[in-house]
Design a protein around this ligand. Sequence first.
Ligand SMILES: [Zn+2]
Length: 397
Amino acid sequence: MTGNRPSLGARATDELGKARALVRSMRNSLPSGQAAQSLPSGRAAQSLPSGHQSLPSGRAAKALWLVPTLVLVACGRGNPSAAGSGADGPPASQGEGEGEDRSEGEGEGEDRGEGEGEGDDVEPRCPDASYVEDLSAADADVDALERSYAPSAWDSTALALLQARYPVGRYIIDETRSGGFDCLEDFTSAEDRADFSALARSLSTSVHECGHGLDFERGGFDRALYVLRADLVFDLPVLDTFPLREIHQYTNDDDFYADTYLAGAIGDQFFDSLMEEFTQYVNSLMVAAAMNDQYDRDGGVSERDGILTFMLYLEVYLQHARVHDGATYERILSNAEWREFLLTVWGRAELALSRTAGMEFLGINDDDIESRMRSPDLTGEIDRVRERHGCADLLSP
Ligand SMILES: [Zn+2]
């Protein structure tokens, strides 16, 4: 689908615009002095382009686009993780999530299938191949919610809808709000609230933005913390890596995400921010998949484009590191927790993609992005992570 291209850029820019508006509103609502307390002095300012190299890590640089919006939330970060995979946890941090069913049959497509029947492989299965998430609620009947919808009850309806179709999204919103950041209010427009379907379609963005909020609320500046689900949290050390702008050179002209995420202020952020964005684009598509019956079959939205773009960026970042910055590459690949996390997010992304395979109305340039992302030259980068992780059951063809 190509009829709606500008919306890609608009979507990405929109995120920034909303975030900046949020910064202003939150700063205005802060008791005086609170912002200064919650942000180490000057860190947000240091994260401006000229100063990023002086920062100890990429985490602080996140202040520029994510964190300043979340100053209030930051105040609550003394309680890092409910699930706590733990900084020193073994690679198998997926833990209790393993037992759930991969409930949707269509999720087994593509190159995910080959390992499925061989449950007793000698080699451990890779975290991406073994990723499971209970998606059994995705087909829940929400007709009653739709029939009784009133815009004045948009908030409770949004929560009920997520609870019915994708409880992980509900969890993320609830947790973020309980930290003091009303991400649902801030990322839902009057237009979104006007009718049930528009509200349902807006939830992918709401969960995405709330997900940023929750990760920062729990991880703050000093940790790279990612909440994938209530029972699956990665709390990782921040690694010394190179800025995202270094991979801008590999993007295509029709990449509407590049100028937002790989240039400007965000371009000065680091690998952990790339993974933060990737994590949230997975959430976006998981929610869109659960709400897919609310989308216009003839329209094109960028739900699949976002996740595919960040899968591509991860590959490209690893490749650039391997070829041009071996020290950074080793810092990433030698860390078992980080490998586990990368592969887990990758597996969750594949699950979201497989659930939306054939839903052309959820993509715009998604076919082109996916074909590049799946080129052997780039998928080889994920294979190298798997090999280093000691699992080799799902090597890309
Ligand atoms: Zn985002």
